[in-house]
Design a protein around this ligand. Structure first.
Ligand code: FAD
Length: 391
C-alpha cells in the first residue's frame, strides 16, 4: 500500500525544516492532545492549562512577531498548512478552534493596533494566558458584512457600544474581543474595529449549544451601552472592513487545509476498518463496493491536497488567488462532507457512537461549509473574480 495513511510531504514545496516541524508537532499532538480531545469535546471546553501548554510548545505563536512572543523567522505558509492538517487529524474541530481563535482575532491588532495595545494584549495571548476572539457576525447579518449594525458612538475619550454579535468562537471565555462596530454611515466604509474587554460593564455573553465543535465555546455577545476607551480603536475609523478582509483569504486557505485533513482522517479510519472487519465470509475491503468507496475518497482528497498546495505556493509568491481560494474552500468542504458520509457507511453502526473520530467529524461538516464564507457566497465571489458577472 502506498502512503494512503499519511499526509504526504513529498510535494516539492516542503523542505527538511517543514518535515521536522511536522514530526515534532505530530508527536506533541499525539502525546499531549489526542488522548484527551474526546473528553474536552464532551466537557465543552479546553482547559486553560492546555492553552498554556500549546503556547509553550510554540504552536500559538506561529506567524506572529518574535517581539510579542511569537515566531515567524524561517516560517512560511506551508508551516500553517501543516499546522491546520495536523490539528485536523484529531478529528476534533472544536479543540482546534478553541486553540486557534487568536489566528483570526489577533492579526488586526498586530497590523493596526497602538503600541500600548500590542504590548498589553499580544504577549498575554501568545503565551496562552489570555484568549482573544473575533466578532463580526450579528443576529441580523452574517455573510453580508456591510450590513452590520452594532453601533459605537464617540463620547469624548470613549466609544459607547450597543448591539450584539452571535456565533462567536471563544466568546464565552474571551478576555479580549476584536469587534467590528459601526462608527459611521451605512455600508462597509462605516465599519471600524474596537477591542472590547472582558469585565467592561454592559458586556455579557450567553453560550450557544451546537451540533458539533463542542469544545469550542460559541456565544452570543451583548453590548449594552459599553464604555470602551477610544484608545482601543484598532486602526483608523472606517478601516474595519479592510482590516478583517486582509486576513480572510489566509483564514479560508487554512479552513480548506483543515477540511482536507479531516477528510483524510475519515479515509484512514475507514481504510483500517475495511481491512479488519469481516462480513459474509470476507473482509470489507474485499467487497468491490467498499473498495470503490475508499478509492473515491482518496481520489478527492489527493486532488484537493494538490490544489491546496499549488494555491498556497502561489500565495507564498505574493499572488492574491482570491478565486482559487474560494473554489478551493468549496471543494475541500465538499470533500470533507463526502468522506464523512462514506467513512460513516464503511464503519457502519460504530460510526454513530460517541467518541468515534468519524462521528465527531460528521457533526463538523456544516460549520466548515458555512463558516468563514459559505459555499454559496464563495462560489459567487469566485464568479465575480473570474469576470462571470460582467454583462
Ligand atoms: C460554530 C460557528 C462558529 C463561528 N465562529 C465565528 C466567529 O468566531 N466570529 C464570527 O464573526 N462569526 C463566526 N461564525 C459565523 C459564520 O461566519 C456565519 O455563520 C457565516 O458567515 C454565515 O452567516 P449567517 O450564518 O448569518 O448566514 P446568512 O448570511 O444569513 O446566510 C444564510 C444562508 O444563505 C446563503 N446566502 C446568503 N446570501 C446569499 C446570496 N447572496 N446568494 C446565495 N446564497 C446566499 C448563505 O450561503 C447561507 O447558506 C461562526 C459560525 C458557526 C456556526
Amino acid at each position: 500500500m502506498e502512503g494512503q495513511f499519511e499526509v504526504r510531504l513529498d510535494a516539492p514545496f516542503y523542505t527538511d525544516e517543514h518535515r521536522e516541524w511536522r514530526d515534532s508537532l505530530r508527536r506533541f499532538i499525539d502525546d499531549r492532545l489526542m488522548p484527551h480531545v474526546n473528553q474536552w469535546d464532551e466537557a465543552g471546553e479546553v482547559p486553560r492549562a492546555v492553552h498554556r501548554e500549546v503556547a509553550g510548545f510554540g504552536l500559538t505563536g506561529l506567524g506572529f512577531p518574535e517581539e510579542f512572543g511569537g515566531f515567524s523567522a524561517g516560517t512560511d505558509i506551508f508551516h500553517f498548512v501543516i499546522k491546520a492538517q495536523e490539528l485536523a487529524r484529531m478529528g476534533a474541530g472544536g479543540v482546534a478552534t478553541a486553540l486557534s481563535t487568536h489566528d483570526i482575532g489577533l492579526p488586526p491588532l498586530i497590523v493596526a493596533g497602538s503600541e500600548e495595545i500590542k504590548r498589553r494584549v499580544a504577549p498575554a495571548v501568545l503565551s496562552g494566558e489570555k484568549i482573544i476572539a473575533l466578532a463580526i457576525t450579528e443576529p441580523g447579518a452574517g455573510s453580508d458584512v456591510a450590513a452590520l449594525r452594532t453601533r459605537a458612538r464617540r463620547e469624548g475619550d470613549f466609544f459607547r457600544v450597543d448591539g450584539s454579535k452571535t456565533f462567536i468562537s471563544g466568546g464565552m471565555n474571551a478576555d479580549f474581543v476584536t469587534a467590528v462596530v459601526r462608527t459611521g454611515a451605512d455600508g462597509a466604509r462605516g465599519l471600524s474595529l474596537l477591542l472590547i474587554e472582558r469585565g467592561m460593564p454592559g458586556f455579557s455573553a450567553t453560550p450557544l449549544p451546537k451540533q458539533g465543535w463542542w469544545a469550542s465555546d460559541t456565544a452570543t455577545l451583548h453590548f449594552d451601552n459599553v464604555a470602551v476607551p477610544a484608545a482601543n480603536l484598532i486602526g483608523a475609523e472606517g478601516a474595519g472592513f479592510a482590516l478583517i478582509m486582509n486576513n480572510l483569504n489566509r483564514e479560508r486557505l487554512m479552513m480548506a487545509a483543515g477540511a482536507i485533513g479531516a477528510a483524510r482522517a475519515c479515509f484512514q479510519d475507514a481504510a483500517e476498518w475495511a481491512r479488519e472487519r469481516e462480513t459474509f465470509g470476507k473482509r470489507l475491503v474485499e467487497h468491490q463496493v467498499i473498495r470503490h468507496k475508499l478509492v473515491e475518497m482518496s481520489r478527492r482528497i489527493e486532488a484537493g491536497q494538490a490544489y491546496l498546495e499549488r494555491t498556497a505556493a502561489r500565495m507564498q509568491q505574493g499572488e492574491r488567488c482570491a478565486a482559487d481560494i474560494a473554489m478551493l474552500k468549496v471543494d475541500a468542504t465538499l470533500t470533507m462532507e463526502f468522506c464523512a458520509r462514506e467513512a460513516s457507511q464503511v464503519l457502519g453502526g460504530a460510526s454513530y457512537i460517541r467518541g468515534c473520530r468519524v462521528e465527531r467529524i460528521y457533526r463538523e461538516v456544516r460549520v466548515n461549509a458555512i463558516g468563514g464564507g459559505s459555499e454559496e457566497i464563495l462560489r459567487d465571489l469566485a464568479a465575480r473574480q473570474l469576470g462571470f458577472d460582467a454583462a
